[in-house]
Structure formats: structure tokens, C-alpha cells
Design a protein around this ligand. Structure first.
Ligand code: NAD
Length: 478
């Protein structure tokens, strides 16, 4: 595969950037530069926003069923190209091929799923305090949406923003992460073959702090939806203050897995390991810390260490690998530094605990840490790598309190065979999602929304659609 050069997609056409700078995209496993995308500038951002603004009224005036027809075509195009897209995804981020294929197929389904909402979402009729009066609540599109994506699920998160925006009558300017723009621009090439009205959907690339900031601060922007780090979310909140722009933020996580003493231990070990090593630990909602009841703690950590040690890592295209390289050198170094600090603070390594000695790539060994304290960095801050600190707890109250004690509030999980413990834990856990007796992975019909620093608003399902709609209430006397 030769090096690809991508163009931006603005106002219905694949175009060159106003900037002459480029972003080089590295395959993290091989170290090869596999593509160049424009390092777009403010002029690109303004042109894309202008196009989205001009296109929005006519798009909103169409029926939702008409708009949905484009979502269905997008799903079909993805399916026609599913194998090629998965290979590109696996190459741009060292995601093992089966997982890349799951992401591509899930993305196609996601477009179809939101197309299905065309005839479902609705307004409301509200009882009035006056005689002979109807109160109608209409749901109308917010307008021009800016979507800013992370590198970990670049294809799916793109759809998570584009599909509900377009279905509701919004138009969108979408910016992929500079680390993983390839699948987004492959999709742009597919969209360019549709006769979708110009300006409805635009894809541009560039730095978050410059081009991203222009997108967020523009008076043309009605809503910003970011999936990314807490730091980027905080910057976007600050930048959105100027025009009081709506923000929807899906940020980091530090998900606890709580294993009670009546749990099926093998199931819990499998659920926690699967959650920790999927995409090399670089998933916002996946188990980042485990709390295990003291009665089963020794047995659990023993099995956990064996299972983590057995995780095979290597080439993302090999059929027997479970995980591959971290996204880049910086991420590998960040993980390693966190583990070094954890060890200095007294953590004991049961398996892993260092960079993997591989010929290529930026690997980190699947790692289990014990003897960590609750207030230590490794237990409180997102690692985003295959590193799991495990802590014991003495009773239900303590287990729940330790899990809740964190500035992140995205997801959580519970392993127990006692239905009362399940129901109590769901009541007592302060997280946007709780998984019971399974790994962490959300469904498109749910609602993925973080508490505390994990975000504002959310995505997926009925409630995710509502993010893109604003209300208008009419009082009608007759
Ligand atoms: P990041 O915050 O570094 O970057 C995310 C995007 O924001 C990139 O496109 C970047 O260019 C852009 N950006 C950065 N600063 C900006 C600014 N000031 N203005 C405008 N845009 C800006 O995050 P990342 O490293 O790509 O992704 C990893 C993070 O994303 C992790 O913290 C992870 O937990 C989180 N994440 C959360 C979810 C979720 O659903 N909650 C899903 C996936 C990833």
C-alpha cells in the first residue's frame, strides 16, 4: 500500500487546504508513514462552517425520512467497503483486525440505527392552565454542529456525531484526530459519490488548538460535540463561553470493576481482562481499576495475573493477537512513567510493569499492580493502557465507596451472583453506566454519558438524538 494523500471535504467537494502544511500519519505498529492529510488552518475552518451554515435551513426543511435516506446510503457504502476500511483502520492505529472490522460494521449499523429514528422522534402536546389553549412543544435542529473526534475509535465516533446531526436537520463540520484521520477521509471520498446537498457534511483536518479552536469559537457554530480528554473538554468549555455555544462532551474515564465474594471468579477475571486489554487498554469506558472482596482477593489476583500474562500481543494483522501497539510513542512513555511512579509509591508488579521488548511498535506489557493506595495517581488518573491496579475491600459499603471515590464518572462494573447486591450496587454507584457480570461495552440504543469530569450530555439512543435538538414551545389560543 503506497502512501495516500487525502484532501478535505468542504461544500460537497474534495478540495485542497488553504494551508500548505501537512500532517503525516504513522502506522504505529510498523513505524511507516502511511498517509498525509492537510494541516488545515482557520480559512479551511471558516469555509467549512460557511458551507454548513448556508446548507442548514434547506436541509432542516426536508423531511426526516428524506435525510434518513442519506444515512442509509452511507451505511450501504460502508458495508460495500467494509474489508478495505477495516484494514485502513487497523493500519492507522494498530487496532487488531477483528476489532477494526467490528468497529466498521458497528458504524454501518449506527447509520442505519439513526435512520430508523426518522419516523420516531416527536414533539409534545402539553396541558395548559388556560381554557381553549394548546401548548405545543416542537423539536428543532440546533443548527451547525462541530464534531471533534479522538483517535481511539475514529470511525465509529465520527458516525456517532454525523448520524444524529444529519438525521435531526443539523449540518456538521467534523474534525478527526490528527493521529487517525484516514478512515474519516476514506469515508469522505465515499460521501463525495452521493448526491447529498452541498455543505451538509464537511470533513477537515488540523490541530485541535488552532483549527479546532477556530471551529469552537466561531459565531456560526451552534453546538460543539467533543469526544476526547478532560483537558480538551475544559478548553472547549472556556472557548464556548464567548458565544454561549452548546457543548456536549464525552471525556475520560477511570472505570472501577467491583468483584464481590459471591462472584463467578472465572467470569469476573475474563470480564475484567477483556475490558482492560481491548484495543491495548485505550478505551474510555473500560476497567481501569479493580476492587476485589478480601475473601476472594488472593484467588482472584492469582488468576488475573495468569490471564493478563497470557494476553498475546503483536502484529494487528496476525490472527492470534489480542492486542497490539499503543497509539504512539508518547502514549507508551506516559503509561510507563505512570507505572514507574506507582512502583515508587509502593505498588508491586504481579505481571508486566514495563515496555514490551518488541522489534517494532510502541508496546506495553499487560500489567497487574497490587499494593496501590486509593489516593495514588495510578488508581485515580486515566492510564489508557493495559495496566490494572487491584485493591481489596472488606465489605459492600467499602467497595462501593472506593469505586465512587474518583473525579471521573463514566462507567463501572459489578460482578456478583446475588441479585440484591446487583440492585443495591446500581442504586449506590455514581456512574453513567454500570455493567453487571460482563465486560464494558455500550450498545447504540443506550445512552453513553459521563458523570463528574467524564462529561456533559451524551451520545446514542433516544437521549443522544435529543442533544442535537432544541425545543420551541408555542401557546395557541382558539
Ligand atoms: P484529545 O483530547 O487529545 O483529542 C481529542 C480531539 O480534540 C482531537 O481531535 C484534538 O485535536 C481535539 N482538541 C484538542 N484540544 C482542542 C481544543 N482546545 N479545541 C478544539 N479541539 C481540540 O483526546 P485523544 O487523546 O484523542 O483521545 C483520548 C481521550 O478521549 C481519553 O481521555 C479517552 O478517555 C477519551 N474518550 C472518551 C470517550 C467517551 O465516550 N467518553 C470515547 C473515546 C475516548
Amino acid at each position: 500500500m503506497g502512501m495516500k494523500i487525502y484532501q478535505q471535504f468542504i461544500n460537497g467537494s474534495l478540495v485542497n487546504s488553504h494551508s500548505s502544511e501537512w500532517i503525516e500519519v504513522e502506522n504505529p505498529y510498523t513505524g511507516d508513514i502511511i498517509s498525509r492529510v492537510p494541516k488545515g488552518n482557520a480559512a479551511d475552518a471558516e469555509e467549512a462552517l460557511d458551507a454548513a451554515k448556508k446548507a442548514q435551513p434547506a436541509w432542516a426543511a426536508q423531511t426526516a425520512a428524506y435525510r434518513a435516506s442519506y444515512l442509509k446510503q452511507m451505511a450501504a457504502l460502508i458495508r460495500e467497503n467494509r474489508v478495505e476500511l477495516a484494514k485502513i483502520l487497523a493500519s492507522e492505529q494498530a487496532k487488531i483486525l477483528p476489532l477494526a472490522q467490528v468497529e466498521v460494521d458497528f458504524t454501518a449499523d449506527y447509520f442505519d440505527y439513526y435512520a430508523g429514528w426518522a419516523r420516531i422522534y416527536e414533539g409534545e402536546i402539553i396541558n395548559s392552565d388556560r381554557f381553549n389553549e394548546n401548548i405545543f412543544l416542537f423539536r428543532k435542529p440546533i443548527g451547525v454542529v462541530v464534531g471533534i473526534c479522538p483517535w481511539n475509535f475514529p470511525f465509529f465516533v465520527m458516525a456517532r456525531k454525523v448520524a444524529p446531526a444529519l438525521l435531526t436537520g443539523c449540518t456538521i463540520v467534523l474534525k478527526p484526530s490528527s493521529l487517525t484521520p484516514n478512515t474519516t477521509f476514506e469515508f469522505a471520498k465515499l460521501v463525495a459519490t452521493l448526491n447529498i446537498p452541498k455543505g451538509v457534511v464537511n470533513f477537515i483536518s488540523g490541530s485541535g488548538k488552532t483549527l479546532g479552536n477556530t471551529l469552537v469559537t466561531s459565531p456560526l457554530t451552534d453546538m460543539v460535540t467533543l469526544t476526547g480528554s478532560v483537558e480538551a473538554g475544559q478548553e472547549i468549555i472556556r472557548a464556548s463561553a464567548e458565544n454561549v455555544t452548546k457543548v456536549s462532551l464525552e471525556l475520560g474515564g477511570k472505570a472501577p470493576a467491583i468483584v464481590f465474594d459471591d462472584a463467578d471468579i472465572d467470569l469476573a477475571v475474563k470480564g475484567v481482562v477483556d475490558s482492560r486489554v481491548i484495543f491495548s487498554g485505550q478505551v474510555c469506558n473500560c476497567a481501569e481499576r479493580a476492587y476485589v472482596h478480601k475473601n476472594i482477593y488472593d484467588k482472584f489476583v492469582e488468576k488475573l495475573a495468569v490471564a493478563m500474562k497470557a494476553v498475546k500481543y503483536g502484529d494487528p494483522f496476525a490472527s492470534d493477537t489480542v492486542m497490539s501497539s499503543q497509539i504512539d510513542k508518547a502514549q507508551q512513555v506516559k503509561i510507563d512513567e505512570m507505572v514507574v511512579r506507582a512502583k515508587a509509591a509502593g505498588a508491586q508488579v504481579l505481571t508486566g510493569g514495563k515496555k514490551a521488548d518488541t522489534r517494532t511498535g510502541y508496546f506495553y506489557e499487560p500489567t497487574v499492580l497490587v499494593n496501590c493506595t486509593q489516593d495514588s495517581e495510578i488508581v485515580q488518573k486515566e492510564v489508557f493502557g493495559p495496566v490494572l491496579p487491584v485493591l481489596p475491600f472488606s465489605d459492600y459499603e467499602e467497595g462501593i465507596a472506593l469505586a465512587n471515590d474518583c473525579e471521573y464518572g463514566l462507567t463501572s462494573s459489578v460482578f456478583t451472583t446475588n441479585i440484591n447486591t446487583v440492585m443495591r450496587a446500581i442504586k449506590d454507584l455514581n456512574f453513567g453506566e454500570t455493567y453487571v457480570n460482563r465486560e464494558h461495552f455500550e450498545g447504540m440504543q443506550g445512552f453513553h454519558a459521563g458523570w463528574r469530569k467524564s462529561g456533559i450530555g451524551g451520545a446514542d439512543g433516544k437521549h443522544g438524538l435529543m442533544e442535537y435538538l432544541q425545543t420551541q414551545v408555542a401557546y395557541i389560543q382558539f
